[in-house]
Design a protein around this ligand. Structure first.
Ligand code: PLP
Length: 395
């Protein structure tokens, strides 16, 4: 049996509803959110529904998760000379978005939850630290109560990269709504999807308005009117707007969120309840958190043990793997301070310094991941459990 590592959670729920919604937008010939012959206001609808779901005051839909992070940074005044504390265990987009603002990341170690270690945040705060970019990795929320306390004490901005954790909660609050603002992704591998796309959530009107201007080429737009660039409010900006087609699809996906999360949790529990937890060390999570259950992760004592397990599972067609080949702080951009500009911007002004993250370096090589998605049927789960049991007995 072949059971590939399939991280495409929302993708599997694309059905008649999404097709119908997309068709309607195409028939309207109004794909641009602010104008068209028969505008359906699908982006407004998505933002309004998302506000309700997240219980926040403001949501701004945008082109992708990376642009949402950049908007969060910019709207909070993160820029050249600033340092942003973040974990190196993430997707490169988290750090690229910080660099794109002219700031630099300062990589801070993780703890056994594989998310940023709050104690390490405190140790790494320096004179240039402006913000903490918390990344809720692989559907699991960071320790937000601790992080918020540290941020408050040190007057730091908290931005939540919730690209991989839409639907997760901590203490009954949705991940991405606890800090100053949250960035979300609608890319194909996320809880809900429109292929590409993203959004920002905040309770702060100023942040929302600033982000809204920046994402619309810095223009000040009222309703669907043409933006104004001559009113002393405007800033320079970029085009990070979402399309009506994406919003229409994302809207239908959002209607399915409870069903998606329930299915994820059921699959996770089915597996977890049937494996030997003495032998398999499951990735721990912070208390009072609700996960997306987008994957199952086992920690092994050594890299060799982990590789041996992965090899065994792969031999039987089960796509366990390590998360990535390297931590992002080991990528060339940080090793060699590479940039699109020969001045080496922003490394040249923000004094980027490499930091050591021993726990992350050790853990990422010793943890085997397997994505859980709706493509997994009971027979697949049973097969995985059988192979996990056989591996345990063999080694
Ligand atoms: C942790 C994390 N942050 C940011 C992003 C960027 O999102 P997008 O691909 O929508 O730009 C991703 C995407 O995979 C991600 O996993």
């Amino acid at each position: 049996m072949i059971i590939p590592n399939d991280p495409f959670i929302g993708t599997h729920y694309i059905g008649r509803e999404e097709v119908k919604a997309a068709k309607k937008v195409l028939k309207s010939k109004s794909l641009f959110r602010y104008q068209g012959p028969k505008l359906l206001y699908k982006t407004d609808e998505f933002e309004s529904n998302m506000k309700k779901y997240l219980s926040v005051k403001y949501v701004l839909a945008c082109s992708n998760g990376g642009s949402a992070i950049k908007l969060c940074c910019i709207a909070n005044g993160v820029g050249p000379g600033d340092e942003v504390l973040m974990s190196p265990f993430t997707f490169i987009a988290s750090a690229n978005s910080v660099l794109a603002c002219g700031a630099v990341p300062k990589f801070v170690d993780i703890d056994e939850t594989m998310n940023i270690n709050p104690d390490e945040i405190e140790k790494n705060i320096g004179p240039n630290t402006k913000a903490i970019l918390v990344i809720h990795m692989q559907g699991q929320p960071c320790d937000m109560p601790k992080i918020m306390k540290i941020a408050k004490k040190n007057k730091l901005i908290v931005i939540e990269d919730t690209a991989q954790a839409f639907g997760a909660e901590i203490n009954g609050k949705k991940a991405g709504t606890i800090g100053d603002c949250g960035a979300f992704s609608l890319q194909a591998g996320k809880t809900i999807t429109s292929g590409e796309g993203g959004f920002l959530a905040t309770n702060n009107k100023k942040i929302y308005e600033f982000a809204k201007m920046y994402h619309d080429n810095g223009g000040f737009r009222v309703g669907c009117n043409y933006p104004i660039w001559e009113n002393k409010k405007t800033i320079f900006g970029e085009n990070f707007k979402i399309t009506e087609l994406q919003s229409a699809i994302a809207n239908e996906q959002l209607k399915k969120i409870d069903m998606i999360l329930k299915h994820q949790k059921n699959n996770y529990n089915y597996l977890i309840n049937k494996i030997d937890k003495e032998f398999y060390t499951i990735r721990p999570c912070v208390s009072n958190s609700k996960l997306v259950y987008s994957n199952i992760a086992f920690e092994f004592h050594t890299q060799n043990e982990c590789n041996q397990f992965i090899k065994y599972m792969n031999t039987y067609g089960i796509g366990f793997n390590i998360y990535c080949n390297n931590l992002i702080n080991q990528y060339d951009t940080f090793k060699y301070k590479t940039s699109w500009h020969n001045s080496k911007f922003p490394y040249n002004i923000s004094k980027y310094q490499q930091t050591k993250c021993p726990k992350a370096e050790s853990l990422f090589k010793r943890v085997a991941w397997f994505s859980l998605s709706a493509s997994l049927k009971k027979k697949h789960l049973k097969y995985i459990i059988q192979k996990l049991e056989e591996y345990k007995n063999e080694f």
